[in-house]
Design a protein around this ligand. Structure first.
Ligand code: NAD
Length: 294
């Protein structure tokens, strides 16, 4: 069997087109344009690239974007003051503080300071708690993008054995919660999985991953998931972005796993583009939630 490639890039552009239409309709009725404010602290080449692509995507969808830069040696209080200003600015609907932050700044302190109504990354404890309870306000962009991808390619999740490798707050944990919840933004077929979460201390990883109908790899180790770890016909979602010899590779050993899996996402062109698309979705949603009567 050779797996069907799940074209995240094509699905992301479909979502972005739909959002652009919705943004145009929404802004036409009001004198308000949804606005995403991004914060970049220090010089981090990868973060520069991510923020630039997010801003470009905003522009193309008809959203406004702001970029606030602070130097890498700024004080934590400088960043907190900036967050506070953006929290109070009615023209800003979504706030994104690009991670990672310099080591002297406490990430959780900054994320906690963002107004949960403007927390379009869905990293604030209130928003995480809401996802946990199955009543989300915002969903984190990468796992939400994966749910969109599964739905739009006709892959059902309900009743399946799902294995998530990785327990980060950004991908692994929220992905597991969303897959196990009773419902999703796209209905119950994209939720209700039986979920196992694996991590760096998991014993017998291969025995667990071989049970998976749906395998999500969010590890950050190039080509870590090998063909012998995959159940024939499984859906394999590769979240990893690793640079090897100037090439981007995923956490899945793509070519051999493609021979075993039923569906697989490529890197690049799989999950990455969906993450950006879902940030636009959250920014529009943020504007809607902040202007319910406008
Ligand atoms: P992270 O470093 O925070 O978490 C990695 C997880 O992998 C940890 O929970 C750890 O327990 C687990 N892990 C590490 N070694 C392991 C092992 N030997 N066996 C089993 N589990 C192991 O990373 P993250 O932020 O979740 O990101 C994961 C990957 O996804 C990275 O490559 C990152 O660049 C990428 N990423 C991509 C997108 C996207 O839009 N495509 C978004 C976020 C992250």
């Amino acid at each position: 069997m050779v797996a069907t490639i799940l074209d995240g890039k094509a699905i992301a552009s479909q979502i972005r087109e739909e959002l652009a239409e919705e943004v145009a309709k929404w802004t036409a009725k009001r004198a308000i344009t949804p606005c995403l404010a991004a914060v970049l602290v220090g010089d981090h080449p990868a973060s520069e690239v991510y923020v630039r692509s997010k801003r470009r995507a905003c522009e193309q969808a008809g959203l406004e974007s702001q970029l606030h830069r602070l130097s890498g040696d700024c004080r934590e209080s400088d960043l907190l003051e900036l967050v506070d200003r953006m929290n109070r600015d009615p023209a800003v609907h979504g706030i994104l503080v690009q991670l990672p932050l310099p080591a002297h700044i406490h990430e959780s302190k900054i994320l906690d300071a963002i107004n949960p109504m403007k927390d379009v990354d869905a990293f604030h404890a209130e928003n995480v708690g809401r996802i946990c309870q199955g009543r989300p306000r915002y969903l984190p962009c990468t796992p939400h993008g994966i749910v969109q991808l599964l739905h739009r390619t006709g892959i059902k999740v309900s009743g399946k054995q799902a294995v998530v490798i990785g327990r980060s707050d950004i991908v692994g944990k929220p992905m597991a919660m969303m897959l196990m919840n009773r419902d999703s933004t796209l209905g119950p077929a994209c939720a209700n999985a039986t979920v196992t979460v694996c991590h760096s201390r998991t014993a017998g990883l291969g025995d667990i991953t071989r049970q998976a109908d749906l395998l999500v790899a969010a590890i950050g180790r190039p080509r870590f998931v090998t063909a012998d770890m995959v159940k024939p016909g499984a859906v394999v979602i590769d979240v990893g972005i690793n640079r090897v010899d100037d090439q981007l590779v995923g956490d899945v050993d793509f070519e051999p796993v493609k021979q075993v899996a039923g569906h697989i996402t490529p890197v690049p062109g799989g999950v990455g583009p969906l993450t950006v698309a879902m940030l636009l979705y959250n920014t529009l949603l943020a504007a809607k939630l902040q202007h319910t009567s406008a």
